[in-house]
Design a protein. Structure first.
Length: 282
């Protein structure tokens, strides 16, 4: 590829008028290399071309063609006055194109910025969702831990009930204030029982349960303390085999106190460890 040959004289005249060498060469080449006026008209028609200031290239090898000298071309005053106007117009057009390009780039930057903001918001939202899910998982894990502790306590309580020979299922009420209204009506007592019991009888009941618990835990099969406990509640041995509670022996205060002591033996793992021993025969 080579720069096509143009009339050097015409090229110099265009350069003197203020046109760049590449634009003047391009104008002469595409206008037929005939005259300055034809070149200027071509420049006016193609002033918005993107490659107007690029040097034209030709695949042909330049060949010097002898051109007969012609009469000198005189540039008219009108052409001299029009040349700066053309250059100024070209400059303005170039500034307009540059502003359009800058606005286009600014719009592209704004779109890119909005895309980054959207991506940032999405990342923040995803992080918030992960934090919420983690908090829920922590709360659920704490709930499960509390449930495991509760089940362990229930299991320990059931084992203690088993040691005392009581049913494992059907937890008993821990409230010692038991109502015996229906039983008292069925017993048809002549007067309400006095809800008082001596500390002596309570201590004897506790001693019976402590001894009974120790025997159950040591796998001893004789539970005479259990029988003694029922006798303290008012039961009597009939025929050496059966325990019977006569109506006239029913003491509601004694039964209520016996229930409180029995419930403490079932639910309190330290029952009897710090109590003084009482001789049941006293």
């Amino acid at each position: 590829m080579a720069v096509p040959g143009v009339d050097k004289k015409l090229l110099c005249e265009l350069e003197e008028m203020g046109f760049p060498e590449a634009r003047a060469t391009r104008a002469l080449h595409y206008s037929g290399n005939s005259s300055v006026e034809a070149a200027i008209n071509w420049i006016i028609d193609h002033e918005n071309d993107a490659d107007i200031d690029e040097m034209p290239l030709s695949a042909q090898v330049p060949v010097d063609i002898p051109i007969e000298a012609s009469d000198p071309f005189f540039i008219s005053e009108e052409m001299k006055l029009k040349a700066p106007e053309i250059s100024d117009q070209v400059r303005k057009n170039r500034e307009v194109e540059e502003k359009k390009l800058e606005r286009s780039r600014e719009k592209e930057r704004i779109r890119a910025g909005k895309g980054l903001q959207v991506a940032k918001r999405m990342a923040e939202e995803n992080e918030r969702k992960r934090n919420v899910a983690q908090r829920k998982a922590d709360v659920e894990e704490k709930r499960r831990a509390r449930e495991r502790v509760r089940q362990k306590l229930q299991q320990d309580k059931a084992e203690r009930r088993g040691w005392l020979g009581l049913p494992v299922e059907g937890p008993l009420s821990v409230n010692p204030a038991i109502s015996f209204s229906h039983e008292s009506k069925n017993l048809e007592l002549g007067k309400p029982a006095l809800l008082t019991v001596s500390a002596r009888k309570e201590d004897l009941m506790r001693e019976c349960l402590r001894s009974l618990k120790r025997q159950v835990m040591s796998r001893v099969g004789k539970f005479k303390e259990g029988v003694k406990f029922l006798e303290l509640c008012g039961f009597e041995i009939i025929g050496g085999e059966f325990l019977y509670l006569p109506k006239d022996k029913v003491d509601m205060a004694t039964l209520a106190e016996a229930w409180a002591v029995l419930n403490s033996a079932i639910t309190n793992p330290y029952f009897g460890l710090f109590s003084r021993s009482v001789d049941a025969g006293d």
